[in-house]
Design a protein around this ligand. Structure first.
Ligand code: HEC
Length: 305
């Protein structure tokens, strides 16, 4: 035993110069603190949440983890968030015919005013990843498959929002099935195709407009400038601005008389599309665009300020 060690042990002091009993106590204290720390930080988080609630006293409460989980359903382009499952084209056809076709058309072409989902894409588009018909201006209304660049968006949107009258009513497998049928209508997959989380990436590689997405459109990055034109009016402002809606000639009466299909009360009534346009906007006169007549003032609808 060296001299110093001997004297250390004899004097009952540790190498740090602290009495051994105190040293034992400190180690115990450190262990206790370490054990307490997680609960301390939990208590802190709770305090932060409390403060947030205090900002709006009497309004709301913190969502439970189960509630957050139920809302957290987004599916990203890299398929993060996509639940596992599968569905066949045949199952999808049944769902489509029963729950989707009445609005989007038997073949996804849209029989009435609802969004056309399928049409105007070719095998060549699938190869290139760009849709040629987007540039020929022959389709008055562009189909979803012409525009959408990511198949994850279709899955996500259908699962969260469709059918329109009952969003979130489709199961995961039903969503795969109905999407498989849509892809089949678009001639992207065969009749016996089974779409699932394990092969959806192969569909992405064939999406007709997968290379058509751009961020170079000025709305993504406004480069610190406002993304709209205009000055806020501070004096001599117009008290009221009339907004008119324009119906292109080819759309006039294309779906029957819009006046008959809209409510006869309230500020938005359909224009009688069996009649020729009443007025032309001066700027649109050469284009042949007719403007819907301004709605006659209805005293019962006046907003009291
Ligand atoms: C009651 C009519 C109705 C039914 C039934 C319906 N949809 Fe829709 N769908 C709509 C409307 C309206 C929109 C556009 C909604 C919007 O833009 O907010 C839409 C949008 C969509 C879109 C996105 C289109 C786009 O280009 O943005 C898809 C995909 C879609 N529906 C699929 C389905 C599927 C699949 C079903 C059946 C499970 C279904 N829809 C049932 C009315 C309907």
């Amino acid at each position: 035993m060296s001299r110093s060690a001997k004297s250390d042990s004899m004097s009952g002091r540790s190498r740090t110069g602290l009495p051994a009993t105190l040293m034992v106590f400190m180690v115990a204290l450190a262990a206790l603190l370490a054990a307490l720390l997680p609960s301390l930080s939990l208590a802190q988080t709770a305090a932060v949440k409390e403060r947030k609630i205090e900002r709006y006293p009497g309004i709301g409460r913190i969502a439970t983890p189960a509630e957050v989980k139920a809302w957290d359903i987004d599916v990203r382009p890299d398929f993060k968030g996509l639940p596992a499952g599968k569905g066949t084209v045949a199952q999808g056809q049944e769902i489509w015919d029963g729950r989707c076709a009445m609005c989007h058309g038997t073949f996804g072409e849209s029989n009435e005013v609802f969004t056309p989902i399928v049409g105007n894409t070719t095998a060549k588009d699938m190869e290139r990843g760009r849709v040629a018909s987007l540039n020929d201006n022959k389709t008055p209304q562009r189909t979803t498959l012409m525009k959408v660049a990511t198949v994850s968006t279709l899955w996500d949107y259908i699962y969260r929002a469709m059918p329109w009258y009952a969003p979130r009513s489709l199961t995961v497998d039903e969503t795969y099935a109905v999407l498989a049928y849509i892809l089949n209508l678009a001639e992207m997959v065969s009749d016996d195709f089974v779409l699932g989380n394990d092969n959806i990436a192969s569909i992405q590689a064939r999406m007709p407009n997968r290379n058509g997405m751009t961020r170079e459109h000025g709305m993504w990055s406004a480069k610190d400038k406002p993304d709209v034109q205009g000055d806020s009016c501070m004096n001599n402002c117009k008290p009221f601005i009339t907004i008119g809606s324009v119906l292109p000639d080819y759309a006039r009466d294309a779906h029957g008389n819009l006046a008959q299909q809209n409510r006869p009360w309230g500020p938005y009534r359909g224009v009688d599309t069996t009649q020729p346009p009443l007025q032309l906007l001066p700027a649109d006169a050469q284009k042949g665009l007719g403007i819907a007549p301004a709605v006659p003032e209805n005293p019962s609808m006046r907003i009291v300020r």
